[in-house]
Design a protein around this ligand. Structure first.
Ligand SMILES: NC(=O)c1ccc[n+]([C@@H]2O[C@H](COP(=O)([O-])OP(=O)(O)OC[C@H]3O[C@@H](n4cnc5c(N)ncnc54)[C@H](O)[C@@H]3O)[C@@H](O)[C@H]2O)c1
Length: 246
């Protein structure tokens, strides 16, 4: 599989390149794209349109602001794309949906296969444990700007699919008791913690805790490469991690 890496000079882009170079997959990076590259460097391009050579797909870990150029490029070349970038506005999400009618688009703000399985497990648990309190605790490094994490919100939304009256309470303080329909979401920040998501179910008689620990950010690159293999050769459509697990 010949991969164009968009956002190649960023933290995640570099992990994608090393995953492709690791020999684990029958795949190679044929073009590395980042606005920080200057023309003339081997295999490096400042913009996607500068590369018109062979490719099977694009893996995107760049910035949501560049999504229009990314989609124009993929649609015009009929290339499948894995969009792993986060933070898209509703307008940008609409562009992604429109593009998915013309080419295969795999979209996930969290490309960890483990987190995808975790989402399935907690949904099943929330449906079975109808009388249980649910609390989510997420831990990340001290450089993370957003709280709670996008992944914690995604997990909470997955629970809400089976607990329609759930209300998210992000952080808890004051003197009121928790309500049965609350899902408490708590963000903890310290040191270099890569990312842990823990979901607690309890009814006072028994407690079940389901936990995912990210040990290295390369796991997201690994999941994105798996997604690229999945989406290559697929017809136009909008694909996500649940399709990869199916
Ligand atoms: N899907 C996941 O599991 C997952 C995991 C981690 C990070 N992310 C997301 O991936 C994105 C990249 O994260 P990062 O930590 O590597 O960031 P980063 O800032 O280290 O790298 C971003 C890269 O994108 C490039 N870039 C910036 N604007 C661009 C544009 N308009 N067009 C093309 N390239 C552009 C930058 O030059 C840089 O190479 C973020 O949105 C982040 O939230 C997703």
């Amino acid at each position: 599989m010949k991969v164009i890496v968009n956002g190649a000079n960023g933290t995640m882009g570099k992990y994608v390149i090393s995953t492709l170079q690791s020999g684990k997959y029958d795949a190679e990076a044929v073009a590395l794209v980042s606005p920080s590259f200057t023309e003339g460097e081997k295999d490096k391009y400042p913009a996607l349109r500068e590369y018109q050579g062979e490719a099977d797909c694009v893996i995107d870990f760049s910035n949501h602001a560049g999504v229009r150029d990314l989609l124009d490029y993929c649609v015009s070349r009929q290339l499948p794309v894995v969009i792993a970038t986060t933070g898209h506005t509703p307008e940008e999400m609409e562009l992604i949906r429109q593009a998915s009618e013309k080419t295969a688009v795999f979209f996930s703000a969290n490309t960890s296969v483990g987190v995808a399985v975790l989402g399935d497990l907690i949904k099943r648990a929330a449906a079975a444990f109808t009388d249980m309190d649910i609390e989510i605790i997420e831990r990340h490094h001290n450089r993370k700007a957003d709280a709670p994490s996008g992944t914690a919100l995604m997990l909470a939304n997955q629970i809400k699919e089976v607990r329609e009256n759930a209300e998210f309470v992000c952080g808890r303080n004051g003197h009121a008791k928790r309500q049965p329909n609350e899902i408490g979401i708590h963000a903890v920040r310290y040191g270099n913690e890569v990312g842990t998501h823990e979901i607690i179910f309890s009814n006072g008689l028994e407690t079940v805790t389901i936990k995912h620990e990210a040990e290295n950010r390369s796991l997201f690159a690994d999941g994105a490469v798996k997604a690229a293999f999945f989406v290559c050769g697929k017809p136009a459509g909008f694909y996500a991690m649940k399709d990869l697990l199916a």
